[in-house]
Design a protein around this ligand. Structure first.
Ligand code: FES
Ligand code: FE
Length: 372
């Protein structure tokens, strides 16, 4: 029995936190690269960030560098960032606009934006050489509600079947049309899983987030996705507040065609492994978490609103930005303290309470994926 299976067995006896090595060990991180980051559908960004043909960005996932671009036909594609000649890294920039091709800086092999090799100096002198045999290595890419996801697996699980459990539950929030209006990037000295677990419960809210608790009572609401890759539910926005903002007032237009019930709630979901989505009546927050080392992560946090909101009277995204920026920093601070504690030789898994059923379910899903 491998160590992960043993952990799952022990864990099922009663929901307990995971052993310390999951938060500190380079071996576990290595295993995660293989079992999670190179196998799962990873949320990378919004399709609007690559709006025009030849727009590109690079992204690192599972120890690999990828180029994500929009090709001349308008299709989003992801390629491994390596030349088919002698393997050189093709793009070193973070983002920008390509010319109509990608040219390797070493010996000038040249690729069309759909990945075809179209130029390879002197290779016609090599008997049997066919350009068609050397396209860029492609990674799978899927678009969903204005977000895009990539998958490094050679035979990825079909995106549609993986995401089927979400069904049409977000349709009313108009996600494809939302525009990103703010971004904050946070460096957090904590393992990425502590960040996902922390997002998944509000038992800590009265102690860590006193202001948030006046707008979103931690005992309110219910979870509607309770097992598997997608987890979460809603909390009530306490009347007379209209939203989760510093002032309690709405900071923009409703995101979509929302019922009175939706207008009095915040919805909070984790999409395994590393996406978090917070939906409020008037704005959404989209997080992606990126492991750097076992003890360090980066969190990219985007605020999104209805496309007409920025021009509408009463628009005040800073009210929502400050609310979550403060809350986020309180969360990262406590995650960093957790990291210090779980690295201790005296740390052993502790019992989760019923108010922590979501982090417990998140851990179960994580361990299932690590078993695979
Ligand atoms: Fe890219 Fe030679 S390694 S052209
Ligand atoms: Fe929190």
């Amino acid at each position: 029995m491998n160590t992960f299976v043993k952990t799952v067995e022990a864990y099922k006896q009663g929901a307990r936190t995971m052993p310390g090595r999951y938060y500190t060990s380079a071996d576990v991180q290595h295993e995660e690269q293989e079992k999670i980051w190179r196998r799962q559908w990873i949320s990378v960004g919004r399709t609007a960030e690559l709006a025009s043909p030849a727009d590109y960005r690079t992204v690192e996932i599972g120890g690999e560098s990828l180029i994500v671009l929009r090709d001349q036909q308008g299709k989003l594609r992801a390629f491994f960032n390596i030349c088919r000649h002698r393997g050189t890294r093709l793009c070193t920039g973070e983002r920008g606009r390509l010319s109509e091709t990608i040219q390797c800086p070493y010996h000038a092999w040249t690729y069309a934006l759909d990945g075809r090799l179209i130029g390879a100096p002197h290779m016609h002198e090599v008997e049997g050489f066919q350009k068609a045999d050397y396209p860029l290595h492609q990674a799978a890419l899927a678009e969903w509600n204005g977000f895009y996801f990539v998958n490094l697996d050679r035979e990825p699980q079909p995106f549609a079947s993986v995401f089927a459990p979400l069904g049409d539950r977000f349709d009313r929030f108009n996600l494809p049309a939302l525009v990103t209006v703010r971004r904050i990037v946070y460096d957090v000295r904590a393992n990425w899983k502590l960040i996902m677990q922390n997002y998944s419960e509000c038992l800590h809210c009265p102690t860590i987030h006193p202001e948030l608790s006046t707008k979103l009572p931690y005992t309110s609401g219910a979870n509607d996705l309770v097992e598997g890759r997608f987890l979460g539910g809603y909390m009530d926005i306490k009347a007379p507040n209209e939203s989760a903002t510093m002032t309690g007032r709405a900071c923009g237009l409703p995101l979509g065609n929302l019922s009175a019930e939706d207008r009095a709630r915040g919805y909070y979901y984790t999409l395994f492994p590393s996406m978090m989505l917070s939906l409020h009546p008037d704005y959404a927050v989209y997080y992606t978490v990126w492991p750097r080392t076992p003890q360090e992560s980066q969190v990219i946090c985007d605020w999104m609103v209805h496309p007409d909101s920025p021009q509408s009277p009463g628009y005040h995204i800073a009210d929502a930005e400050e609310f979550w920026d403060r809350t986020n920093r309180q969360d990262w601070d406590i995650c960093q303290r957790s990291q210090l504690g779980v690295a201790s030789s005296r740390y052993v898994p502790g019992p989760y309470s019923p108010r922590e059923s979501m982090p417990a379910a998140w851990d179960r899903e994580y361990l299932r994926q690590m078993e695979g």
